[in-house]
Write a protein that binds this ligand. Sequence first.
Ligand SMILES: Cc1cc2nc3c(=O)[nH]c(=O)nc-3n(C[C@H](O)[C@H](O)[C@H](O)COP(=O)(O)OP(=O)(O)OC[C@H]3O[C@@H](n4cnc5c(N)ncnc54)[C@H](O)[C@@H]3O)c2cc1C
Length: 314
Amino acid sequence: MAIWPRPFDADFSMEEILKADSDSIHDLLNSSDLTPDQIEIFQRLLSGGVNSKTTYVSANEAYRIFALCGQNIASYYDTNARYQLKEGTISLINKMIEDGKPEVRLNTPVKRIEQKSDHVVITTRAGEILTAATLVCTIPLNVLKDVEFSPSLDPGKLAASKEGHPGKGFKVFAQTKGEAPKVLLYGNKDIGFDEALTYHIGKESSLIACFGNDRADFDTNDADKMQKALEQFLPGIEVTGSYGYDWIADPYSQGTWCVWRPDWYRKYGKGLRDGAEGRVFFASADFCAGNRGYIDGAIGSGIKAAQQIKELLG
Ligand SMILES: Cc1cc2nc3c(=O)[nH]c(=O)nc-3n(C[C@H](O)[C@H](O)[C@H](O)COP(=O)(O)OP(=O)(O)OC[C@H]3O[C@@H](n4cnc5c(N)ncnc54)[C@H](O)[C@@H]3O)c2cc1C
Protein backbone atom coordinates (compact mmCIF):
# COMPACT_ATOMS: atom_id res chain seq x y z
CA MET A 1 0.00 0.00 0.00
CA ALA A 2 2.94 2.28 0.62
CA ILE A 3 4.43 1.62 -2.83
CA TRP A 4 1.23 1.58 -4.92
CA PRO A 5 -1.37 3.71 -3.12
CA ARG A 6 -2.93 4.48 -6.53
CA PRO A 7 -2.68 1.52 -8.90
CA PHE A 8 -3.93 3.60 -11.87
CA ASP A 9 -1.43 6.38 -11.27
CA ALA A 10 2.13 5.06 -11.02
CA ASP A 11 3.54 8.61 -11.27
CA PHE A 12 1.99 9.46 -7.91
CA SER A 13 4.45 7.17 -6.09
CA MET A 14 7.21 6.75 -8.71
CA GLU A 15 9.99 7.26 -6.18
CA GLU A 16 8.84 4.23 -4.17
CA ILE A 17 8.16 2.22 -7.32
CA LEU A 18 11.69 2.82 -8.60
CA LYS A 19 13.17 1.71 -5.27
CA ALA A 20 11.29 -1.60 -5.54
CA ASP A 21 11.91 -2.16 -9.24
CA SER A 22 15.25 -3.97 -9.33
CA ASP A 23 13.85 -6.91 -7.40
CA SER A 24 11.96 -9.68 -9.11
CA ILE A 25 8.83 -11.21 -7.59
CA HIS A 26 11.04 -14.18 -6.67
CA ASP A 27 13.45 -11.86 -4.77
CA LEU A 28 10.53 -10.17 -3.06
CA LEU A 29 9.06 -13.42 -1.79
CA ASN A 30 12.38 -14.83 -0.68
CA SER A 31 13.30 -11.71 1.29
CA SER A 32 9.94 -11.69 3.07
CA ASP A 33 9.23 -13.18 6.47
CA LEU A 34 6.68 -15.63 5.04
CA THR A 35 7.08 -19.33 5.86
CA PRO A 36 8.42 -21.63 3.09
CA ASP A 37 4.88 -22.97 2.50
CA GLN A 38 3.45 -19.48 2.24
CA ILE A 39 6.23 -18.50 -0.18
CA GLU A 40 5.46 -21.57 -2.31
CA ILE A 41 1.75 -20.70 -2.49
CA PHE A 42 2.51 -17.10 -3.49
CA GLN A 43 5.04 -18.35 -6.07
CA ARG A 44 2.28 -20.42 -7.69
CA LEU A 45 -0.41 -17.77 -7.42
CA LEU A 46 1.83 -15.08 -8.86
CA SER A 47 3.48 -17.20 -11.60
CA GLY A 48 -0.02 -18.05 -12.77
CA GLY A 49 -1.12 -14.42 -12.41
CA VAL A 50 1.81 -12.93 -14.29
CA ASN A 51 2.08 -15.94 -16.62
CA SER A 52 5.84 -16.02 -16.31
CA LYS A 53 8.64 -17.30 -14.14
CA THR A 54 8.69 -14.99 -11.12
CA THR A 55 12.44 -14.40 -11.58
CA TYR A 56 11.69 -12.54 -14.86
CA VAL A 57 9.07 -10.17 -13.47
CA SER A 58 9.49 -6.98 -11.43
CA ALA A 59 8.30 -7.04 -7.81
CA ASN A 60 6.24 -4.00 -8.82
CA GLU A 61 3.93 -6.22 -10.86
CA ALA A 62 2.99 -8.17 -7.73
CA TYR A 63 2.40 -4.92 -5.84
CA ARG A 64 0.39 -3.44 -8.73
CA ILE A 65 -1.81 -6.49 -9.24
CA PHE A 66 -2.70 -6.65 -5.54
CA ALA A 67 -3.24 -2.89 -5.39
CA LEU A 68 -5.70 -3.22 -8.30
CA CYS A 69 -7.88 -5.53 -6.24
CA GLY A 70 -7.72 -3.58 -2.99
CA GLN A 71 -4.87 -5.64 -1.46
CA ASN A 72 -7.32 -8.45 -0.90
CA ILE A 73 -6.80 -12.01 -2.06
CA ALA A 74 -10.51 -12.82 -2.25
CA SER A 75 -11.02 -9.78 -4.51
CA TYR A 76 -8.06 -10.98 -6.57
CA TYR A 77 -9.91 -14.19 -7.40
CA ASP A 78 -13.24 -12.38 -7.82
CA THR A 79 -11.78 -10.00 -10.40
CA ASN A 80 -9.50 -12.51 -12.11
CA ALA A 81 -11.69 -15.57 -12.22
CA ARG A 82 -15.14 -15.31 -10.72
CA TYR A 83 -16.84 -12.47 -12.59
CA GLN A 84 -16.92 -13.01 -16.33
CA LEU A 85 -18.81 -11.77 -19.35
CA LYS A 86 -21.81 -14.08 -19.47
CA GLU A 87 -21.64 -14.60 -23.23
CA GLY A 88 -17.83 -14.52 -23.45
CA THR A 89 -15.43 -11.84 -24.67
CA ILE A 90 -16.81 -12.08 -28.20
CA SER A 91 -20.08 -10.53 -26.92
CA LEU A 92 -18.14 -7.42 -25.86
CA ILE A 93 -16.43 -7.19 -29.24
CA ASN A 94 -19.75 -7.61 -31.07
CA LYS A 95 -21.37 -4.86 -28.97
CA MET A 96 -18.48 -2.50 -29.73
CA ILE A 97 -18.85 -3.17 -33.46
CA GLU A 98 -22.64 -2.70 -33.23
CA ASP A 99 -22.12 0.58 -31.40
CA GLY A 100 -19.45 2.24 -33.58
CA LYS A 101 -20.24 0.39 -36.83
CA PRO A 102 -16.60 0.47 -38.00
CA GLU A 103 -15.44 -1.34 -41.09
CA VAL A 104 -13.62 -4.41 -39.74
CA ARG A 105 -10.77 -5.98 -41.68
CA LEU A 106 -9.33 -9.24 -40.42
CA ASN A 107 -6.17 -10.88 -41.78
CA THR A 108 -4.71 -7.50 -42.76
CA PRO A 109 -1.27 -7.27 -41.13
CA VAL A 110 0.26 -3.81 -41.13
CA LYS A 111 3.87 -3.51 -42.31
CA ARG A 112 4.55 0.24 -42.06
CA ILE A 113 3.11 3.25 -40.28
CA GLU A 114 4.25 6.62 -41.60
CA GLN A 115 3.25 9.95 -40.14
CA LYS A 116 2.81 12.99 -42.38
CA SER A 117 2.15 16.51 -41.13
CA ASP A 118 -1.65 16.12 -41.15
CA HIS A 119 -2.35 12.41 -41.66
CA VAL A 120 -0.99 8.88 -41.25
CA VAL A 121 -0.21 6.43 -44.04
CA ILE A 122 -0.50 2.72 -43.33
CA THR A 123 0.97 0.10 -45.63
CA THR A 124 -0.26 -3.46 -45.22
CA ARG A 125 1.89 -6.52 -45.88
CA ALA A 126 -0.23 -7.09 -48.99
CA GLY A 127 0.87 -3.66 -50.26
CA GLU A 128 -2.43 -1.87 -49.75
CA ILE A 129 -2.17 1.77 -48.67
CA LEU A 130 -4.64 3.26 -46.21
CA THR A 131 -4.71 6.82 -44.89
CA ALA A 132 -6.25 8.29 -41.76
CA ALA A 133 -6.22 11.58 -39.88
CA THR A 134 -4.95 9.75 -36.80
CA LEU A 135 -4.18 6.15 -35.90
CA VAL A 136 -4.85 4.12 -32.76
CA CYS A 137 -2.15 1.48 -32.51
CA THR A 138 -2.99 -1.62 -30.46
CA ILE A 139 -0.20 -3.80 -31.85
CA PRO A 140 1.11 -5.81 -28.89
CA LEU A 141 4.41 -4.72 -27.34
CA ASN A 142 6.28 -7.88 -28.39
CA VAL A 143 5.18 -7.37 -32.02
CA LEU A 144 5.92 -3.63 -32.39
CA LYS A 145 9.59 -4.25 -33.27
CA ASP A 146 8.44 -6.03 -36.47
CA VAL A 147 6.53 -3.00 -37.80
CA GLU A 148 8.29 -0.07 -39.50
CA PHE A 149 7.51 3.33 -37.99
CA SER A 150 8.38 6.68 -39.53
CA PRO A 151 9.38 8.68 -37.57
CA SER A 152 10.84 5.92 -35.39
CA LEU A 153 9.10 4.65 -32.32
CA ASP A 154 9.96 6.10 -28.94
CA PRO A 155 13.37 4.48 -28.11
CA GLY A 156 12.00 3.08 -24.81
CA LYS A 157 9.11 1.36 -26.58
CA LEU A 158 11.38 -0.08 -29.24
CA ALA A 159 14.01 -1.32 -26.77
CA ALA A 160 11.33 -2.93 -24.57
CA SER A 161 9.76 -4.53 -27.63
CA LYS A 162 13.13 -6.01 -28.65
CA GLU A 163 13.79 -7.28 -25.11
CA GLY A 164 10.23 -8.59 -25.00
CA HIS A 165 7.85 -8.78 -22.07
CA PRO A 166 8.17 -12.09 -20.24
CA GLY A 167 4.53 -13.27 -20.49
CA LYS A 168 5.42 -16.65 -22.01
CA GLY A 169 3.26 -18.97 -19.98
CA PHE A 170 -0.02 -20.64 -20.80
CA LYS A 171 -3.68 -21.00 -20.02
CA VAL A 172 -5.16 -24.38 -20.77
CA PHE A 173 -8.69 -25.69 -20.46
CA ALA A 174 -9.04 -29.29 -19.34
CA GLN A 175 -12.41 -30.78 -20.18
CA THR A 176 -13.49 -33.30 -17.57
CA LYS A 177 -16.30 -35.84 -17.54
CA GLY A 178 -19.39 -34.96 -15.49
CA GLU A 179 -19.66 -32.32 -12.80
CA ALA A 180 -16.24 -31.15 -11.59
CA PRO A 181 -15.85 -30.13 -7.95
CA LYS A 182 -15.27 -26.45 -7.16
CA VAL A 183 -11.52 -26.30 -6.64
CA LEU A 184 -8.54 -23.96 -6.54
CA LEU A 185 -5.30 -25.92 -6.90
CA TYR A 186 -1.65 -24.93 -6.69
CA GLY A 187 0.77 -27.13 -8.63
CA ASN A 188 4.53 -27.32 -8.83
CA LYS A 189 7.29 -27.90 -11.37
CA ASP A 190 6.64 -31.65 -11.58
CA ILE A 191 2.91 -31.21 -12.02
CA GLY A 192 3.50 -28.66 -14.78
CA PHE A 193 0.94 -25.99 -13.93
CA ASP A 194 1.07 -23.34 -11.22
CA GLU A 195 -2.57 -22.82 -10.60
CA ALA A 196 -5.86 -24.41 -11.64
CA LEU A 197 -9.45 -23.57 -10.90
CA THR A 198 -12.88 -24.82 -11.80
CA TYR A 199 -14.12 -22.65 -14.65
CA HIS A 200 -17.42 -24.23 -15.65
CA ILE A 201 -19.48 -26.99 -14.10
CA GLY A 202 -21.82 -28.92 -16.42
CA LYS A 203 -23.84 -32.11 -15.98
CA GLU A 204 -22.14 -33.88 -18.89
CA SER A 205 -18.75 -32.18 -18.80
CA SER A 206 -16.89 -29.42 -16.97
CA LEU A 207 -13.89 -27.19 -17.56
CA ILE A 208 -10.90 -26.66 -15.31
CA ALA A 209 -8.63 -23.74 -16.29
CA CYS A 210 -4.94 -24.24 -15.57
CA PHE A 211 -2.19 -21.62 -15.73
CA GLY A 212 1.56 -22.13 -16.00
CA ASN A 213 4.65 -19.99 -16.34
CA ASP A 214 6.46 -21.62 -19.28
CA ARG A 215 4.70 -22.95 -22.34
CA ALA A 216 7.95 -24.39 -23.67
CA ASP A 217 7.74 -26.94 -20.83
CA PHE A 218 4.10 -27.92 -21.20
CA ASP A 219 2.12 -29.25 -24.15
CA THR A 220 -1.24 -27.64 -23.54
CA ASN A 221 -3.01 -30.00 -25.93
CA ASP A 222 -1.82 -33.22 -24.29
CA ALA A 223 -4.90 -34.62 -22.51
CA ASP A 224 -2.92 -37.54 -20.99
CA LYS A 225 -0.53 -35.11 -19.35
CA MET A 226 -3.46 -33.09 -17.98
CA GLN A 227 -5.02 -36.30 -16.70
CA LYS A 228 -1.81 -37.19 -14.81
CA ALA A 229 -1.53 -33.65 -13.42
CA LEU A 230 -5.12 -33.28 -12.24
CA GLU A 231 -5.60 -36.78 -10.83
CA GLN A 232 -2.88 -36.05 -8.28
CA PHE A 233 -5.33 -33.60 -6.69
CA LEU A 234 -8.64 -35.11 -7.76
CA PRO A 235 -8.45 -38.92 -7.74
CA GLY A 236 -11.01 -40.38 -10.16
CA ILE A 237 -11.21 -37.25 -12.36
CA GLU A 238 -11.52 -38.13 -16.05
CA VAL A 239 -9.95 -35.65 -18.48
CA THR A 240 -11.62 -35.92 -21.90
CA GLY A 241 -9.77 -33.10 -23.66
CA SER A 242 -7.17 -30.38 -23.25
CA TYR A 243 -6.72 -27.17 -25.22
CA GLY A 244 -4.54 -24.10 -24.94
CA TYR A 245 -3.66 -21.75 -27.81
CA ASP A 246 0.01 -21.06 -28.49
CA TRP A 247 0.09 -17.26 -28.07
CA ILE A 248 3.90 -17.31 -28.01
CA ALA A 249 4.32 -18.87 -31.46
CA ASP A 250 1.68 -16.59 -32.99
CA PRO A 251 3.65 -13.82 -34.78
CA TYR A 252 0.89 -11.30 -33.96
CA SER A 253 1.06 -11.77 -30.20
CA GLN A 254 4.47 -13.35 -29.38
CA GLY A 255 3.43 -13.79 -25.78
CA THR A 256 0.47 -13.89 -23.46
CA TRP A 257 -0.35 -10.85 -21.35
CA CYS A 258 2.13 -8.07 -20.71
CA VAL A 259 4.02 -7.72 -17.44
CA TRP A 260 7.21 -5.77 -16.93
CA ARG A 261 10.66 -7.11 -16.19
CA PRO A 262 12.78 -5.83 -13.27
CA ASP A 263 14.13 -2.32 -13.89
CA TRP A 264 11.71 -1.54 -16.74
CA TYR A 265 10.27 1.44 -14.86
CA ARG A 266 13.76 2.93 -14.72
CA LYS A 267 14.84 1.90 -18.23
CA TYR A 268 11.67 2.33 -20.27
CA GLY A 269 9.03 3.75 -17.92
CA LYS A 270 8.71 7.11 -19.68
CA GLY A 271 8.26 5.77 -23.22
CA LEU A 272 6.35 2.61 -22.43
CA ARG A 273 3.03 4.34 -21.92
CA ASP A 274 -0.22 4.73 -23.75
CA GLY A 275 -0.97 8.06 -25.42
CA ALA A 276 0.20 10.02 -28.42
CA GLU A 277 3.38 9.88 -30.42
CA GLY A 278 2.41 12.54 -32.94
CA ARG A 279 -0.72 11.35 -34.74
CA VAL A 280 -0.25 7.74 -33.60
CA PHE A 281 -2.06 6.94 -30.35
CA PHE A 282 -0.92 3.87 -28.45
CA ALA A 283 -3.86 2.30 -26.70
CA SER A 284 -3.79 -1.28 -25.56
CA ALA A 285 -3.60 -3.50 -22.53
CA ASP A 286 0.18 -3.61 -23.02
CA PHE A 287 0.58 0.17 -22.63
CA CYS A 288 -1.99 0.97 -19.99
CA ALA A 289 -0.26 2.06 -16.77
CA GLY A 290 -2.81 0.65 -14.30
CA ASN A 291 -4.65 -2.38 -15.63
CA ARG A 292 -1.75 -3.52 -17.80
CA GLY A 293 -2.35 -7.06 -19.05
CA TYR A 294 -6.12 -6.91 -18.56
CA ILE A 295 -9.04 -6.23 -20.90
CA ASP A 296 -9.94 -3.32 -18.60
CA GLY A 297 -6.55 -1.81 -19.49
CA ALA A 298 -7.26 -2.08 -23.22
CA ILE A 299 -10.66 -0.43 -22.75
CA GLY A 300 -9.27 2.27 -20.44
CA SER A 301 -6.49 3.31 -22.76
CA GLY A 302 -8.86 3.09 -25.76
CA ILE A 303 -11.21 5.57 -24.09
CA LYS A 304 -8.25 7.83 -23.27
CA ALA A 305 -7.05 7.73 -26.92
CA ALA A 306 -10.56 8.52 -28.20
CA GLN A 307 -10.75 11.58 -25.92
CA GLN A 308 -7.29 12.77 -26.98
CA ILE A 309 -8.09 12.32 -30.67
CA LYS A 310 -11.38 14.19 -30.29
CA GLU A 311 -9.43 17.07 -28.80
CA LEU A 312 -6.80 16.99 -31.57
CA LEU A 313 -9.29 16.88 -34.41
CA GLY A 314 -11.61 19.38 -32.77
C1 LIG B 1 -4.46 -16.89 -22.50
C2 LIG B 1 -4.91 -15.51 -22.12
C3 LIG B 1 -5.84 -15.35 -21.12
C4 LIG B 1 -6.26 -14.07 -20.75
N1 LIG B 1 -7.22 -13.93 -19.78
C5 LIG B 1 -7.65 -12.69 -19.45
C6 LIG B 1 -8.68 -12.51 -18.47
O1 LIG B 1 -9.21 -13.47 -17.91
N2 LIG B 1 -9.08 -11.24 -18.16
C7 LIG B 1 -8.52 -10.16 -18.75
O2 LIG B 1 -8.91 -9.03 -18.45
N3 LIG B 1 -7.54 -10.30 -19.68
C8 LIG B 1 -7.11 -11.54 -20.04
N4 LIG B 1 -6.10 -11.67 -20.97
C9 LIG B 1 -5.50 -10.47 -21.53
C10 LIG B 1 -6.39 -9.90 -22.63
O3 LIG B 1 -6.56 -10.87 -23.63
C11 LIG B 1 -5.73 -8.68 -23.19
O4 LIG B 1 -5.52 -7.78 -22.15
C12 LIG B 1 -6.58 -8.00 -24.27
O5 LIG B 1 -6.88 -8.89 -25.32
C13 LIG B 1 -5.78 -6.86 -24.82
O6 LIG B 1 -6.51 -6.21 -25.85
P1 LIG B 1 -5.73 -5.31 -26.88
O7 LIG B 1 -6.72 -4.76 -27.81
O8 LIG B 1 -4.84 -4.39 -26.13
O9 LIG B 1 -4.73 -6.30 -27.65
P2 LIG B 1 -5.00 -7.67 -28.39
O10 LIG B 1 -6.29 -8.30 -27.96
O11 LIG B 1 -3.72 -8.44 -28.25
O12 LIG B 1 -5.19 -7.20 -29.90
C14 LIG B 1 -4.12 -6.79 -30.68
C15 LIG B 1 -4.47 -7.15 -32.12
O13 LIG B 1 -3.45 -6.64 -32.97
C16 LIG B 1 -3.28 -7.57 -34.01
N5 LIG B 1 -1.97 -7.35 -34.64
C17 LIG B 1 -0.74 -7.68 -34.22
N6 LIG B 1 0.20 -7.30 -35.09
C18 LIG B 1 -0.46 -6.68 -36.11
C19 LIG B 1 -0.03 -6.09 -37.32
N7 LIG B 1 1.26 -5.99 -37.66
N8 LIG B 1 -0.99 -5.58 -38.14
C20 LIG B 1 -2.30 -5.63 -37.82
N9 LIG B 1 -2.77 -6.19 -36.67
C21 LIG B 1 -1.85 -6.71 -35.83
C22 LIG B 1 -3.37 -8.91 -33.30
O14 LIG B 1 -3.63 -9.93 -34.24
C23 LIG B 1 -4.54 -8.65 -32.36
O15 LIG B 1 -5.77 -8.95 -32.96
C24 LIG B 1 -5.70 -12.94 -21.37
C25 LIG B 1 -4.73 -13.11 -22.38
C26 LIG B 1 -4.34 -14.38 -22.75
C27 LIG B 1 -3.31 -14.55 -23.84
